[in-house]
Design a protein around this ligand. Structure first.
Ligand code: COA
Length: 401
């Protein structure tokens, strides 16, 4: 099983893949055909009129088939490790109960001077280093997090810390434990349809800050971490996102959330003596509220369906996939999904025992450990799926490297 000390062994091959953005602005669209996106660039010029366009415009292709591939990964976890026995000192629980019901033994928790932003930056730097890629050549940073240290967004701060001189577009994606899969698919859409070339997708969460540490039903599950993947434009033949399948169901959202506290207003009197609901009081968020059994049922029902759908879109079957990498929420969920899809245990990636549920970070963290330990090799296919609050869930069939 992978662990934190496995991060740096064996040495990781360095791959220099630095794709320069094309010049100029163009209108484009994309369509799905026989498992591949074909990017169609629409020119407003007249057919055969190339000799009249400027040198930069003439370099624009008339028809581009574009793929995207995953070329680097990295991760970072806080220093403080909290074991099940540690938790048993603050809530009525035991190592045996937690490990049997969840598979979790330890989790990392942000403490002292650590910050989520710094974990994200560390993970990002490692991903860029693995790909031997200069942060100045990034043209998009997607920060998948539901726990930013600034509610208006963390991505621009990560961009600043990385020292990206060309100030690439950077924004947050808030989709809890599905965040990373949504970020990956968003990166692909930006590349295939938006002219972006080098996209850094970060999954990072500090859920420990939202946990009620007196609630044994939730505090045992979560930990903090960050993971990152560099996604680059490539030819369609090298495409590393073979298919995806995404869903949301607001109806089920009541089973897992962090709602805003229902603060009373100041009840000022209006000029006619009526009570005004103004000004609102400063609001705050509650701790995580969860119906564990409902979330469990949702995951074991919806995740296999989603992966089967994604496999079907890619024209693949589970037996032809090298690895199953699910959002790390509960080992019983992972086992149930693997059994349903007939994935043998040796093809299932799990590091849940060491980190618990790290929300948007769990998939890139587990991927990074699996790549650096030599388990996942270039060319391997992975069926990955995220699921959680919203409710949101989705899967992607990816090829590493
Ligand atoms: N230690 C000891 N006992 C505990 C406990 C703990 N940490 N948490 C709950 N219990 C008790 C309950 O109070 C209950 O006691 P009772 O029978 O006397 O009423 C008993 O254990 C069973 O509780 P239950 O909630 O039915 O347990 P469970 O088998 O459903 O496991 C979860 C609880 C939370 C581990 C499980 O439901 C789960 O993992 N769900 C998915 C949650 C998830 O993954 N969320 C994030 C998705 S992104």
């Amino acid at each position: 099983m992978a662990n934190a000390s496995g991060f740096f062994s064996p040495p990781v091959p360095r791959m220099r893949r630095n794709i320069q953005p094309s010049i100029g602005i163009f209108r484009s669209g994309f369509c799905f055909s026989e498992g591949n996106f074909r990017r169609v660039v629409c020119s407003s010029g007249i057919e055969g009129a190339e000799k009249h366009v400027s040198p930069s415009e003439s370099r624009l292709p008339k028809l581009v088939s574009k793929g995207c591939k995953l070329v680097g990964c990295g991760s970072a976890v806080p220093a403080l490790s909290v074991s099940n026995d540690d938790l048993a000192k603050i809530v009525d629980t035991s190592d045996q109960w937690i490990s049997v019901r969840t598979g979790i033994r330890n989790r990392r928790v942000i403490s002292g001077k650590e910050s989520l932003k710094n974990l994200a930056v560390q993970a990002a730097r490692k991903a860029l280093e693995m790909a031997d890629f200069d942060p100045n050549d990034l043209d998009l940073i997607l920060m998948c997090t539901s726990t930013p240290e600034d509610l208006f967004g963390a991505a621009p701060q990560v961009q600043r810390e990385l020292g990206c001189r060309k100030t690439p577009l950077a924004y947050d994606i808030t989709a809890a434990c599905s965040g990373f899969v949504l970020g990956l698919v968003s990166a692909a859409c930006h590349i295939r349809g938006g002219g972006f070339h080098n996209v850094l997708v970060i999954g990072a969460d500090g859920i420990s800050r939202l946990v009620d540490w007196t609630d044994r039903g939730t505090c045992i599950l979560f930990g903090d971490a960050a993971g990152a993947v560099l996604v680059q434009a490539c030819d369609a033949e090298e495409d590393g996102l073979l298919s995806f399948d995404l869903h949301s169901d607001g109806e089920g959202g009541r089973h897992l959330g962090v709602p805003i506290n229902d603060n009373k207003t100041s009840d000022l009197l209006g000029s006619n003596g009526s009570v005004l609901d103004f000004p609102p009081k400063r609001s705050s968020y509650s701790c995580i509220q969860m119906n564990g059994q409902e979330v469990f049922r949702f995951a074991v029902r919806c995740v296999p369906q989603s992966i089967e759908s994604a496999l079907g879109k890619a024209g693949l079957v589970a037996a032809s996939i090298d690895w199953l990498l699910l959002h790390q929420a509960n080992q019983r969920i992972i086992d149930a999904v693997a059994t349903r899809l007939e994935f043998p245990q040796e093809k299932v990636i799990s590091n849940l025992a060491n980190y618990g549920n790290t929300s948007a970070a769990s998939i890139p963290l587990a991927l990074d450990e699996a790549v650096r330990s030599g388990k996942v090799k270039p060319g391997h296919t992975i069926a990955t799926a995220g699921f959680g609050a919203g409710l949101t869930w989705g899967s992607a069939i990816i090829r590493w490297g």
